[in-house]
Every structure is written in C-alpha cells, then in structure tokens.
Ligand binder design. Sequence first.
Ligand code: ADP
Length: 689
Amino acid sequence: MGIQAQSAIIAASLLLAIAINVAFQERRVEHRWPFVGLTGAFFLYNLCFFFDAVTGADGWRRALLASGVLVALASLSFFRVFIGRRSMAAPRRVLQGLLLSTAVVVVTDLALSTWMAYAVAVVALGAYGFAHLQLYRHWRAIENPVEIRRLRYLVVGGAVSVTANGLDLLPASGLPFPSFGHLFTTLYLYFWMQVIQRSRLLDLREQLGRGLALVLQSLAVSLIYVALVIWVGQKYGLFVFNTLVAGVVLYFVFEPIKRAVEVWVQRLFFRETHALDAELTALQRELANVINLGDMVDRVLERLQASRRITHASVFLLEDEGRAYFMPRAVGPLELDRLGVVRARHFLDALRGSPVLVLDRVERARLDAAHDPERRDRLGAVRETMLALSADLSFPIRSGERLLGFLNLRDDRAREAFSSAEITRIKQAVRQMATIVENSELIERLKERERLSLIGELATGLAHEIRNPLGAIKAAGQLLEPDELGDEQREFIEVIIEESDRLNGVLSQFLDYARPFRGTMGTLDLEVLLQRVATMVRTEERDPPVEVITEVAPGLPKAVGDGDRLQQVLLNLARNGCEAMEGTGGTLTLAASLEPDGERARVEVRDTGCGVSPEVRANLFTPFFTTKRDGTGLGLAITERILQHHGTRMRIESEPGAGATFAFRLRLTEGAPDRLTGEHRRRLAAETA
Ligand code: ADP
C-alpha cells in the first residue's frame, strides 16, 4: 500500500469525524449543511481513492472519478453560500457539463482511460481553485477588521491546499513527489470547521500546539518501543520478552516524557503564555499578603507589565459615593481616568453579567445583531467604552452582585492577543483581587466605626464638662438681686436662666441618648401605664386645649418591658402629638390592643395634628433633626433606641394635615394566647373580619 493510499484512508476517517461533528453540533453553526456537503464529498473522494489504490477494481475507479466531480460541485456550492455572492453562481452550462461528465464517468468505459482520470482531476481542481480565487477576492473586499483577520488564515491555507492537491497529481504522472494533499486538505477543513463555529483564532493556535505535543509524545513513545523491539528479529521468545520490557520501561518513562514534551512545546509555541502564567503565579503568591488597595493595584500592574504581554493595563475601583469608578494607576496611555456609572451603564451591566468582556466577541456579537437594533446599540455602547478604556479584555472585580471595580488589558501589537486558556488564568487572579477589595472595604468600615465610637465618647465627656459651668452660670444669674436691676437687665438675666435651662435639657437628652441602655425588663400593665402617661400630659396646660383619651382592650394580658423606659417613650410620643396640634387643638389617643397573632400587644399614640410630611418622615429618627424652634431632635432617636432594646420598632402612619399614628408592638407575658378571654376572641374576630 502506497503512502498516498495510507494518507487517503486516514484523511477519510478524519473527514467523516468532522462532517459528523458539524452535522450534530448543538451550537449555532453558519452554513452547516453546505459545509457538511463539502467535507462529505472529500470523505467520499478519499475513501474511493484508498479502495481504488488497494483493489484496482473498475468500480472503485468509477466511484473515484464521480466523487472528484462531487468535490468540484460541493466546493462551488459551499464557497458560494459562504461568500454570499451571486457572481459565483456557476453558469448553468458548466453545471450541466459537470453532471454529464459524471454520468459518462460512471457509466461508460471511457472512465477507465488515463486521460479521463486526468480530465476529471483537472476539472475538480479547477473548481476548487476557482472557489478559492473567489474567496481571495471576497477577503480583499471586506471591511470588518475582525473578519479580515479570521479569513487571512483561510486564504493562505486555501492557497496551500489547492497547490498541494495539484502536486498530488505529479506522482501519478511518474514524477517523484511526496504526497500530502489529502492530509493537508483535511487539516484545512478542520480550520474551516472552527471558523464556521465562530471559535477564536488564538484558540486554534492553542489547539495546534496541543496537537503537536500529542504527536511528539506518541513519536517519543514509539521510538522507545521500536528501539527495544526491533533488534529482536525473528526470535519469538525474545520478542515477547522485549515487548514486556518495553511495556515496563514505557510505564515508568511515559509521565516524565509527556511532561518534558509539554514544557518544550509550551516554550516553543507559547513562550508568551508561559511567561504570563509564571508572572500570574508569582502575583497570586504576592497578593496573599496584600490588604491595601494601592499595593494591590501596583503589584498587579507590575506583574502584568513584567509578563510583556500587554501594552495597556488599568484597574478601576468604585468610588465611595458609588457614582463612578476611578483609576488609581495604569500602564500605557489612557483616555479616561474616571468612569461615571450613568454614562457607562451598558458596559457596567455587561460586566456584571459576565466573567469577562472580550472586545472581539463584543464586536462580532454586534455585527450579528443587525436585525435587533436595541441589542446592537447596547453592544455598540459597550464597544465604545472598551475602546475608550483601551481594553481588549475587561474583567469584573465582583463581590456577589456588587461590581467593586474592573481590570482592563490590551496588547495593541496583536488583536485577539489573549487565548481562552490565558483568559481563564487571568480570571483566577482577578478573583483574588476581589477578595482583597472586599477585605479592605471591611477594614475601612471597622475603622469608621471605631472613629465614630471615639467621637461619641468625646462628645459625652464634653457634655459632662459643659454641664458644670452651665450650672454655675445659671446660679450666678439667679444670685443677682432683681430689685437692684433695671428692666432691660432683668430681661437679660431671664434670658440667661432660660437658655441655660434649655441647654441643660439638650445635654440631658444627649447624655440619655449616648448612655448605654441599661433597662430592667419586667411585666407591666399597659392600662396602668397609659393612664399614668395620660394624666401627666393632661396636667401640662395647652392652649387651645388637647383632649387626652385612653383606649385599652379589656382584659389585655400583661406585657414584657421596662416600665420606666416605655413611659419615657410614650411621654415623648404624646408630647410630640400635642405639639403637632399646637394652635389647632384636637384629640390625643393612647391605645393598647391585642395583635391578631394573640402574642403581642399593639400600642398606639394617635393625634389629629398636622401630620408628617414625606420629607420629615425620611429624617424622623436622625439625631438632632427637628422642625421645632425649641426642639432638640433627640426625642424620637431615643425612642427608637429604647424600642430596639425591646426587640420592636416604630411604625408610623400619617397623612399630612390629618394627624399621625406612632405605633409599636410589645410581647405579652408567657402563655398569653391561652389566656385569651371570650371578650378578646370576639374583638379579634370583629377586627380581622
Ligand atoms: P423634637 O420633638 O425635639 O423636634 P423628635 O425627635 O421628638 O424631636 O421629633 C423630630 C421631628 O419629628 C419633630 O421636629 C417633628 O417635625 C416630627 N414629629 C414628631 N412627632 C410628630 C407628630 N406626632 N406629628 C407631626 N410631626 C411629628
């Protein structure tokens, strides 16, 4: 069996695999069926070539020539569909001629003459060459740079494939020439498969490298085997023995050989990948000891630069206010050093939803989205931002849903400069960056909390310090004899005493707010509590008067809480309610009822005053927020804190102008549900109905 026949049968099996792979591919494949047709035709051609060479039977010769014509037809049809040009539609007469010649070849004995074989070979090669000429023209005419790069490999590969197939005719004419047309064309069609499946070009290179490693490994193993077995000659016993020895030797040396070949191919084929990998490994080791963001950015950029794989690199981090991302440092010139979240929202959304943005994929997706204008515009905006950021790749630095920042990379010496394996490798490092950013945020927050608690302590100390001289000022004012003063001076003294009192009130409230909560929980009768507060409020004279009423559900079980503190809460709310009705008068209601769950009481303070506007409501519990001339703005803040310690919170219902209700829930003493009285059940049923 000649070398041509051998390569033909190998090519046939590979082509069959390619055709089946594409036919049953789940991913989107462009021009799937014309391509399957082309590989199928080449498969048949190689198969027939093999059997023709091995058997020399007439039937196989006829089949071979017919499959040659099929290759011509399939090439014309695939390239026409791929290029999408009408000019390539073969004239009807040419097609008729081809079909006719197929018939002649298959049926008549003309097929068996040598010149017919040559004629068919020339026709097939001619059609194949013509199709590639059109591909070349198409390539010269396209404008999309991504497409140009993708097709460049194919144009060159196609030229080699046509030439190699032409040269294959030489041995048939008696000229000595090694035949590699079959295998080369198979390899070429494999590349086509990658292109119509829209894989990235660098990945092809990577696959090529892996293929080479595999071939070299097999070669090394075969050499060892052959060396050990070959000198055995015809002696059967020795053959078995040596095969065994070869097996054992291979068992031990296979792993080291495999690794050595891999390293060697890596160095040779992927020297740059190797360098990048080494730098990233070193970077990750360094990052394990970094907590400061500035250090992190420095290390990352230095290592990337040292890999010599980038011309541009930048890290953007979220600003404190969250309105923009800022860039602390970059390698290479950059248009932007700050990116507003509104302007770049499409880019940022895309980053949030994907582990990496690759510029050439974005471009390709945008071209594919011609029929979906909204998607096309969105991808266009993403592309613009990436260009402005000098980013071929953008990696999100994420913490859960939050986008803390991103890393941009570009190598402007090459497009599609990073392979998928490299991108995956970089992703690992970026994940580590996210952890550092998260930790540094945490540390900042802790520092802030420490700072606040320090300020709190200082303020409490200050308040105590102010109180003593304040007492002295007031006492001094009171000591002056009013009779000895003029009217105006007496007024001044009154102001001093009044304002000292007011300031003292503010300080007391502030200290109350700042003091750690030290309540004693006990059981309390809400009816008694509400009555007491109502009485206290009634004694405070108001003009026009405010009617104070209490509504307590009869038989309400005792509640759990700190009586003194809750009295403070209710008094606070009641006074606020009365103040809200200043100038108008109205009704203040203190109410306690049973919650539908039967386990808690609902306590309410209702007024018919001015109500709470949305702006006021947003700041209600902020210390020192007040709308009153004499207010301290601490009442509700203190109230909130006390309720927090009771495991409950304030609910506010209000319509501006129609009064306000401040309500909270209190846990009832154990076993309350069992102690529900008949009255309770009836009321509850009425309430929930
Ligand atoms: P202060 O009473 O000293 O102003 P608070 O913390 O008790 O401090 O109240 C803060 C603000 O909330 C008040 O200034 C007032 O504007 C608003 N507010 C509180 N209670 C009511 C109410 N019942 N009706 C309308 N506004 C209220």
